[in-house]
Design a protein around this ligand. Structure first.
Ligand code: AMP
Length: 226
């Protein structure tokens, strides 16, 4: 199995990007690059960068581009990113998208395939309220739609399942607003400059996975079927 192009998942919080990015990355044996997870790791370790990011993340605002781009540049320079990777939650602003284009060109990657996850607002709010995240490996569950086998514990590593502090209802509103204001313009940007596909993210996990593999094959990203 070979992933032939970098993949970018764009969509509001709760659209299923993280769940699908994990599955896809595991399937192809490439890194799953979630800037949200990388930032939460910095916050948990109390690094200087984490201390700058923490108050913004707690308010549901975006972290400044220079911080996020620094993390991403450093990450994709590592050996495991040599063939390809799946971005989840990055880029989220126009400057991030433009800088990513330059980085990918400089590193001789093929143009990315961008998938826009479309989900209506009420479904997002319902999903995020039920979301629980493994405190060890970051695996994502949902008490309504995808509960763990044992309540409160991750099926994979037994880690405690927690609610992310920014998944609280009052913060979710601001995260959705940040998406509409800062990230939605990327959809038009990629529609005009790149290769954009859309998926209905409100279907169940298996169905969305199936549709994604069809999209990857159609857009020359799947090494076996392209
Ligand atoms: P996520 O896990 O993708 O929902 O991200 C959680 C939080 O991390 C976001 O609400 C932002 O505060 C921050 N964050 C993650 N990715 C980015 C990004 N690409 N640009 C700016 N902030 C980000």
């Amino acid at each position: 199995m070979a992933l032939k192009r970098p993949i970018i998942f764009v969509g509001p919080p709760g659209a299923g990007k993280g769940t699908q990015a994990r599955r896809l990355a595991e399937f192809y044996g490439v890194p799953h690059l979630s800037t949200g997870e990388m930032l939460r790791d910095h916050v948990a370790r109390g690094t200087e960068l984490g201390q700058r990011a923490k108050p913004l993340m707690e308010r549901g605002e975006l972290v400044p581009d220079d911080i996020v781009l620094g993390i991403v540049e450093e990450r994709i320079a590592r050996a495991d990113c040599a063939s390809s990777f799946v971005f989840d939650g990055f880029p989220r602003t126009m400057p991030q998208a433009q800088t990513l284009d330059e980085i990918l060109k400089r590193r001789n990657f093929r143009s990315p395939l961008v998938v826009n996850f479309k989900v209506d607002h009420d479904t997002l709010v319902y999903r995020i309220a039920g979301r629980r995240t493994c405190s060890i490996g970051g695996e994502v569950y949902n008490v309504h739609e995808r509960p763990p086998k044992v309540e409160g514990r991750c099926d994979k590593d037994g880690g405690e399942l927690i609610q992310r502090s920014d998944d609280r209802a009052e913060v979710v509103r601001d995260r959705l607003a940040a998406f509409d204001r800062q990230t939605m313009p990327l959809v038009d940007y990629y529609r005009s400059t790149g290769d954009l596909a859309e998926v209905d993210g409100s279907a169940d996990v298996e169905e969305v996975s199936k549709r994604l593999s069809e999209i990857l094959a159609r857009h020359g990203a799947d090494g076996n079927r392209a």
